[in-house]
Design a protein around this ligand. Sequence first.
Ligand code: HEC
Length: 142
Amino acid sequence: MKFNAPALFVTGFLVLGVGLIFWNMGNSSNNENAPVMVQVPDFSLKAKRGEAAFNATCAQCHGENGAGTDQGPPLVHDIYNPGHHADEAIRRAVSLGVRRHHWPYGDMPRQEHVKPSEVEAIIVYIRELQAANGIIYKPHQM
Ligand code: HEC
């Protein structure tokens, strides 16, 4: 049998190429931007107030239970653990807005109509959701 070197070469490339495509498809399923599966806990009273305020304003981008949408990231995500984004970061996000930096969704406009007492309740709500999903304080390292 005689080998046809160029043909072998081309076949090799094709096999490699198809392999790479499948490999990428497998990887995209743990894409950071996909909405996350969220366990919903029994909320405290304050968190329930926060949930109502969250659903009225934040859920349109951050999703039901903070799971994320194609307009905004999941807040039930390890990068928002209280060691990386303290409560103050949530207050600032609401009062000042957020410049796009962690995600590809764009800037978050400030949400001036949300009252400070609602923001405090939203913080409790987000923290209870996070804790129920194993997202707890981790010291921030860069
Ligand atoms: C119009 C869409 C939209 C709405 C409404 C919205 N957000 Fe956001 N939010 C975003 C986007 C997009 C980001 C991510 C910006 C980035 O890091 O790239 C973000 C980021 C955040 C962050 C992270 C801040 C940081 O320091 O990185 C917090 C906290 C947050 N949002 C809380 C809220 C809360 C609470 C509400 C409701 C009061 C809300 N958001 C409403 C789009 C939105």
